[in-house]
Design a protein around this ligand. Structure first.
Ligand code: GDP
Ligand code: MN
Length: 353
């Protein structure tokens, strides 16, 4: 009996994501919403920084080099660094002809608080969050902004490619990007990226700014915008890359997983348009429940410890030779550790490296 239940749980654990993936592939064939050849909106770009002196200069060059009309954009740096990040940003902005306002925080208060402080200074039609330790691909900003000519689109983020990192991170990203784009074509994706997360400013104001009680300020805001009936999309023509920490990689992945889980647990209580329901409920299941289904199955197999149960476990381990399966399993582990860690700390602030 225990063995049968374990097999049923394993089947469920793999069947849901496979069925969802097949559905998303179908959504992929849908057309994108229309964009008009309208005037580009004015944009306020908020860069929150905590000790980013090594990268901020390159980041300013990256933003200034997007080919977006400089008179239609201003950058707001909200800085709590002690390493001269703001001075470095100021120097580079002047050299690049970029309009930059600097808000110096007296103490570190976390990213979301910094974003909300920056939002008070924002005047653009669209507000873009731009993490410092990341880069935008060619034309990412003008491409992202052109989507806002469609009044149904409330938020736009980027297809993310790791700049460095191992093959596990790469296969994880490939799978996730397909999901993000397919969900966007259906209606909206509940996962956004702080490397480039663009929102209509009036919608942000209605929401009262970014949530400060959870780590996923970008994803949660995108999800709430979907709840308001607007589309939060990740289109293929908006790309970004992030610097993947080499030291403390697992810690970083767990922290990211913690933030995603926080988003889904907070988001599950909202009301959603019917097109978004299959997306948000499946993603909630995949991030919050599905890893525990697998864990329960493993426990049952160990309890049973018969020949068949052990053979099944051995097969499960041997399959790790296949990259995509391994990367899936590692992700399940991150999600499990993240759920447990969320009971102790939300990991809102951390010191990378
Ligand atoms: P991750 O990308 O989720 O791992 O988080 P990061 O540590 O890279 O932070 C994302 C962005 O927010 C980076 O530009 C950081 O410099 C910035 N940041 C993180 N914590 C704070 C903070 O407490 N205050 C401010 N002003 N910026 C922060
Ligand atoms: Mn980062």
């Amino acid at each position: 009996m225990i063995l049968e239940v374990a097999i049923a749980l394993i089947t469920l654990h793999f069947a849901v994501p496979i069925a969802y993936y097949a559905t998303v592939i179908k959504w992929m064939k849908r057309p994108w919403p229309d964009v008009a050849n309208a005037d580009l909106p004015s944009v306020s770009i908020i860069i929150p920084t905590f000790n980013e002196a090594d990268v901020i200069g390159k980041r300013i060059i990256n933003i200034a080099g997007q080919g977006y009309p400089l008179d239609k954009m201003n950058v707001i740096l909200v800085d709590s660094s002690s390493d001269g990040t703001a001075d470095e940003a100021e120097r580079q902005a002047r050299a690049s002809g970029l309009r930059l306002s600097i808000l110096r925080e007296e103490e570190r208060r976390g990213k979301a608080e910094a974003l909300n402080a920056g939002l008070k200074l924002a005047t653009g039609d669209v507000v873009v969050i731009a993490d410092a330790d990341a880069f935008w691909g060619a034309n990412a900003l003008p491409n992202a902004m052109s989507w806002f000519s469609n009044p149904k689109i409330g938020a736009v983020s980027c297809v993310k490619t790791p700049l460095s990192g191992n093959s596990t991170e790469l296969s994880y990203r490939n799978l996730y990007n397909v999901l993000r784009v397919g969900e966007s074509k259906k209606f909206a994706t509940p996962i956004f990226h702080g490397e480039l997360a663009a929102f209509r400013r009036d919608l942000l104001m209605k929401l009262g700014g970014f949530p400060t009680d959870i780590g996923a300020d970008d994803s949660h805001t995108a999800t709430r915008i979907a709840a308001m009936g607007f589309r939060s999309i990740i289109p293929e023509n908006v790309t970004c890359a992030e610097l993947v920490p080499t030291a403390g990689f697992s810690k970083w992945k767990v922290r990211r997983a913690q933030h995603l889980i926080q988003n889904f647990i907070k988001a599950i209580r909202l009301e959603y348009p019917s097109d978004f329901k299959p997306i948000i409920y499946t993603e909630f299941y995949l991030h919050v429940i599905n890893p525990w289904i697998l864990a329960a199955a493993v426990v049952l197999l160990l309890m049973n410890h018969g020949v068949q149960a052990m053979a099944l476990l051995a097969a499960g381990l041997a399959a790790a030779a296949w990259g995509p399966y391994r990367s899936w399993m590692v992700q399940q582990l991150y999600l499990l550790v993240a759920s447990v860690r969320n009971l102790r700390s939300k990991e809102l602030m951390w010191d990378k490296q």
